[in-house]
Structures are given as C-alpha cells and as structure tokens.
Design a protein around this ligand. Structure first.
Ligand code: BMA
Length: 314
C-alpha cells in the first residue's frame, strides 16, 4: 500500500482562507472539528495583525463547504483567572464530545508561557471557560471521548529542554485535575518525526483501537517540516500503544502547504469519522489556510499494525 495514496486531498482545497472571514484576520488554520447534529463545525485559529491568535467558527452541511460566522468564537479573556494566561492569544482548539457537552482544549499563551485551557459549549453559540488544565509549558492536548474505569484520558505534549518532545497520556477523574502521566510515543532519531511530535485530532474509536492522528516535525537546513502520522492505542487502556506507523500519511505538497505564514506545514487539530468507514481529516496548510482530505480508516489502522515502529524507541 503506497502512503502517497493514503489521504485523498479534496479537489476544492483550500476550503477556508482569510478571504472567507468577515472580520480582519491574516490566517485561517489549525481547526478543531466535530459534527453537531447533521452539520459540521470547525473552530479555527486566525492570526490578527498584531501576531496574536483568536478562534473563529464555521459551519457546513457537507464537511467541505463552510460558512464563517460574523463574529469570532473565542478571543483572549480580559477578566478573571484566564486573562493573565491568554494575553498573547488562544490557539489550536480541539473539540471532544463527552457527557452531552462539547469540550474544547486550546493553547493559552501569555508572558508565563503556554498552557492548556478547557472550555465547554452545548450549542456553539456561547462558550464557558472551565479551567486551566496544565502548567506551562504544554501544548496539543486532546481528550478521549470516553472514560476508562471511570477516568478520563488525554494525550498531551509537555515540552522542555531535556524532554524529547514526546506524546504523553494523563488521567483525570474530573477533567480538571490531571496526573499519572506516562510517555506513550517518542520521536525516532533521523526519522520524519525526529524533532518533535504532538497529538493532533481527537482520537477516533475503531474496532482495532483508538486511532491517533498526530503531527511530527523534521528539521532541515530550510527550517522545520510538519507532517501527519498515525498511531493506534489499546481500546481498554489507551496508555498502551499497539503500533505507530513508520511512514507519514500526509506531507506538505500543495502550493498553499508549501508557502504561507509558516512554510512546509500540514497540521491537524481535528478529524471526523463517517459511517462509510472513511475519515475526513482537516489540516492547516502553511499556517495560512484550511484543507480537508479523506482516508479509509481501515488503511490508517493497517499502517499502524503492519508497518509499525516501536512507540518508545530511542
Ligand atoms: C507549532 C504550533 C502550531 C503551528 C506549527 C507550525 O509549534 O505553533 O500551531 O501550526 O508550529 O508553525
């Protein structure tokens, strides 16, 4: 099976650009995605001209043609406990439906570093901030949509000078306090994801395991290249990784992925499984536009099982 054919890009890409946004922004990228009834929702990140980010919202009936709402969905909080940690912007939202609520995990940037905020909504009209759920420095938190023996689980990506930028898994009984953290996937030296990896889309449940679409970064003389890969986690204990696909599934190729606000980037914060066994994967191209492509879930699972490399490999 050629990985070149794994993700079929939508012919109408890019599906959203700054020209589709009715307020002034410079980029549209890194959108969390979910289904709301019969419709599709994207919560996308946009840079303002001061370089800081806000989160907008777009709706679609088919998952391809989106209409952006007239006002942003989340802007940095200016009051209460959140304001001190969002002054530099809110970024890269992921959406997870649990307990009849849509939970949103996002990066909150401030003079104190980057940490993760948790917010929730029932109808994508109003949004309520719940708690800051990490210390600095943490990015890329995705929740699992189910509990495991009464505990919630999340994939996260703490970073520091000595941590080799791994994907970790943490547990919680209330979605606010997290612990029992363990590293679950490490970058592999001289591999497409050797520089750093991070969770991408909310994990998708398959009969074989939880499918984790993540991003990996390779350093080159021309800067970093961001690509997407896949891993499969045990259904009953997602801290156990069944396999990590050796090859990437998506690499920057289209002109709007190769050049833009940051060149050579495909970065996903959301994917939506369909009844027909396919998944719509949404990704930001070059931190500038939103794109979508489809893959067969069974192909992605097969890559994790038949073409795997060790999860903790150094
Ligand atoms: C990462 C994050 C992402 C961004 C990517 C490529 O560190 O900032 O939001 O898409 O870099 O610039």
């Amino acid at each position: 099976m050629s990985t070149k054919l794994i993700v079929e890009r939508y012919a109408g890409n890019p599906i959203l650009t700054k020209d589709d946004v009715p307020y002034a922004v410079e980029t549209v990228h890194n959108a969390g995605a979910t289904r709301y009834g019969e419709r599709y929702v994207l919560l996308f990140r946009s840079h303002l001209r001061n370089g800081r980010s806000i989160i907008g919202i777009a709706w679609s009936d088919d998952g391809y043609r989106f209409q952006v709402e007239s006002e942003p969905f989340m802007v940095p909080s200016t009051e209460g406990a959140f304001s001190a940690y969002e002054e530099y912007g809110v970024e890269d939202p992921r959406i997870c439906f649990i307990n009849d609520q849509y939970y949103i995990t996002y990066s909150a940037y401030s003079r104190f570093g980057v940490r993760i905020g948790l917010a929730k909504t029932c109808e994508f009209k109003t949004v309520e901030r719940v708690s800051l759920i990490s210390q600095a420095d943490m990015r890329n938190v995705v929740l699992f949509p189910e509990t495991f023996n009464g505990r919630y689980a999340r994939l996260d990506r703490p970073h520091s000078e000595i941590n080799p930028w791994c994907i970790w898994l943490s547990w919680s009984t209330d979605l606010v306090h997290w612990g029992d953290s363990v590293p679950v996937i490490q970058p592999v030296t001289y591999h497409w994801d050797e520089m750093k990896i991070g969770p991408g889309a909310t994990p998708i449940k398959t009969p074989e395991g939880w499918l984790n679409i993540y991003h990996g970064v390779f350093p080159t003389m021309d800067g970093a290249v961001y690509r997407l890969g896949v891993a499969l986690h045990d259904l009953a204990n997602p801290a156990r990784v069944i396999g990590v696909a050796d090859d990437w599934i998506l690499s920057p190729e289209d002109s709007w992925e190769l050049t833009g606000y940051v060149h050579n980037v495909v970065f996903s914060c959301g994917a939506i499984a369909e009844q027909d066994g396919t998944v719509k994967i949404y990704w930001g191209g070059a931190d500038s536009v939103m794109c979508v492509g489809t893959a067969k879930i069974s192909d992605l699972v097969e890559l994790c099982c038949k073409n795997a490399r060790p999860a903790l490999a150094i």
